[in-house]
Design a protein around this ligand. Structure first.
Ligand code: 3PG
Length: 213
């Protein structure tokens, strides 16, 4: 299940976690990320315009893999899917959301940080989950410890991933990709200029190229 999405995620290497307050920012943000070679975005349902932003980013950059983040319930999952989200990410594990996405054949990455949560995800057929908040839950050393019993399971850590540690995270075979806000912080484009986003995203993609070849 979701094999082609997992292959895509591995290739992407980094998924920017986006918090957008204004739909007008969606298209220029999509253009800046694509210009940096960062061909995905997790648009979080932390703002009321999330679904509209998903649709706007996908329309602006049709080759971009635009998904939804911070999806906490089935209603948000439905809105994300209707807006064209290609994947769904949740900070935690909610069985209803996971089952709903599987039924709709939409790749879903629930957050799992304990053996119990990973077990629940694995038993529903998932091979990749989010690991959030990564820094607070022990980062790489916890991921490595979880990888021992959950053979072949892979994680997308987010929360505290940055320019400083992304290379170390990506070098771990149990990590399929990293997520984070560091290249898309709202303050970087508050003035409507997305060049700083593009610069930091380009720098991040250089690390992906270095680690993944
Ligand atoms: C997420 O939802 O994945 C986090 O908010 C990302 O955390 P960061 O701001 O530390 O990158």
């Amino acid at each position: 299940m979701f094999e082609s999405f997992y292959a895509k995620l591995e290739h992407l290497g980094i998924v920017p976690v986006v918090v957008l307050e204004k739909v007008e920012d969606a298209a220029p943000l999509a253009h800046a990320l694509m210009a940096a070679g960062m061909a995905s975005a997790e648009v979080t349902f932390r703002t009321p315009v999330a679904a509209e932003c998903i649709a706007a980013m996908a329309a602006a950059e049709p080759d971009m893999c635009v998904g939804a983040g911070t999806v906490l319930n089935v209603e948000q999952a439905d809105r994300a899917i209707a807006a064209g989200a290609q994947f769904i990410v949740s900070p935690g594990f909610n069985e209803d959301v996971v089952r709903h996405c599987i039924e709709h054949n939409v790749p879903v990455l629930p957050g799992t940080v304990t053996p119990t949560e990973v077990t629940a995800a694995v038993n529903l057929g998932l091979k990749v989950t989010k690991f959030f908040p990564a820094a607070q839950y022990g980062g790489l050393s916890t991921i490595k410890a979880l990888a021992a019993p959950f053979v072949g399971h892979r994680f997308m850590p987010t929360g505290g991933v940055s320019t400083k540690n992304v290379e170390e995270y990506l070098s771990c075979p149990s990590i399929i990709a990293c997520g984070g806000t560091w290249m898309v912080k709202p303050a970087l484009f508050a003035d409507g200029d997305f060049s700083e986003v593009q610069r930091i995203a380009t720098e991040a993609m250089e690390v992906v190229a270095k680690v993944r070849g």
